[in-house]
Write a protein that binds this ligand. Structure first.
Ligand SMILES: [Zn+2]
Length: 392
């Protein structure tokens, strides 16, 4: 029989399940949570908590589900401090900066790429992220993209083939030829190592027809679609994502009314990545508009060395509340259950019986402090699959 742990005296437990308590987060006060092996076995009032092998007193602190960061680019090498510094001095961001990272990534050894990935996964974990998606997209040859995915797949459950990040430098004048590579030999090399297929549908990257070709080829090989859509400009990405039943349209910064209506009518999650607008000094996406239209919204870091070099979901929550019209409850829901929806996962992002025991404790009485106390390292304890993997 698996060992059980009871966490008592949780001041505020955000279950993420409105059937368990008030608000979108289903918040329980003076609560307890029982972990049995890798799963949540019970949640409810501390006074009614069953006995367990181990007991822990939360002393009134808040508990919430581990963050589900559904969008990152962490198989990379190199540093783009100078590009960021230049941009903050007034030069606009363009997608071409990705090629700087491509050159450094191709030159790196497997061990170097793995060490960088591990460092960022640990960094995210200490900030409460227990489920993390990551992508290829800095190799842009069949061998390099497959290498990135192999390295990611040995460490993470959610791995995405993004050969169509930007056309490889060798194909700068032949994007159509590059799409043939991405949908042909590169897909053959990569499909065994990934769950998802993604494309950067954007002016300067891939147009709507090219994005459709990339996604449908991936789907034909058993991959599930997700899309980088409508980040820098208005475009066809969001409606293409909905039409193809993509799990998520990511960025959603420039949306027409028709885009919002399509998201509201479909099953595609709108994943907002405020670290990107922060780091490129751009206008934030309008989360309020999406929520009011009935769209499911996720928050994610987009952690990457170019346009959003943060691994912090608490940072994204704080920005979403301050700048994007979200309530603290909505932002925390989007960073947990919303991220799970964007990855089509039912087992993570909520703390209810049967869910994976991915639990975060804060040095604060409420999850609202994630926005109320921006920049403060509040995460004191993290359990993943029922095991305490971080304690401060
Ligand atoms: Zn991205």
């Amino acid at each position: 029989m698996a060992a059980t742990t009871v966490i008592r005296n949780i001041g505020s437990l955000a279950t993420g399940d409105p059937q368990l308590g008030p608000g979108p987060l289903g918040v329980l006060r003076d609560a307890a949570l029982v972990i049995d092996g890798e799963r949540v076995a019970w949640v409810g009032p501390t006074g009614l908590a069953p006995a367990a092998d181990t007991a822990l007193d939360a002393e009134g602190r808040a508990a919430l589900p581990g963050f589900v960061d559904s969008h990152s680019h962490l198989v990379f090498a190199g540093d783009r401090t100078e590009e960021f510094n230049a941009r903050m001095s007034g030069r606009p961001y363009s997608a071409g900066g990705i090629r700087t990272t491509v050159a450094a990534t191709r030159a790196a050894s497997d061990a170097e790429l793995a060490a960088t990935l591990d460092r960022h996964v640990r960094e995210a974990l200490r900030q409460g992220t227990t489920t993390l998606e990551t992508k290829s997209g800095y190799g842009l040859t069949p061998e390099e993209e497959a290498r990135a995915l192999r390295i990611a797949a040995t460490r993470l459950e959610e791995v995405t083939y993004l050969g169509a990040h930007v056309a490889a430098p060798e194909y700068a004048d032949d994007v159509a030829g590059y799409v043939d590579l991405v949908t042909g030999p590169m897909l053959d090399a990569c499909a065994p190592h990934a769950r998802w297929v993604d494309v950067f549908c954007e002016r300067g990257a891939f147009d709507g027809d090219q994005a459709r070709a990339v996604l449908t080829a991936g789907v034909a090989r058993g991959l599930l679609p997700r899309v980088h859509a409508n980040q820098l400009t208005y475009g066809p990405g969001v409606q293409l994502a909905v039409e193809l039943g993509a799990a998520s349209a990511d960025h959603c910064t420039h949306l027409t009314d028709a885009d919002v209506a399509a998201l509201a009518a479909g099953s595609t999650v709108a994943t907002l990545l405020p670290g990107c607008e922060f780091s490129t000094r751009a206008d934030y996406p309008d989360a309020r508009r999406l929520l009011d239209a009935g769209v499911t919204v996720a928050l994610s870091t987009d952690c990457n060395p170019g346009s959003s070099f943060t691994s912090s979901m608490p940072f994204c929550v704080a920005v979403a509340v301050r700048e994007m019209g979200m309530t603290p409850d909505e932002a925390v829901w989007s960073a947990t259950a919303g991220g799970a929806a964007a990855l089509r996962r039912e087992d993570v992002g909520r703390l209810r019986p049967g869910a994976r025991a991915d639990v975060v404790l804060l040095d604060a009485p409420s999850h609202v402090h994630l926005a109320y106390r921006p920049g403060v390292p509040l995460v004191t304890d993290v359990w993943r699959r029922g095991e305490r993997v971080w304690h401060r």
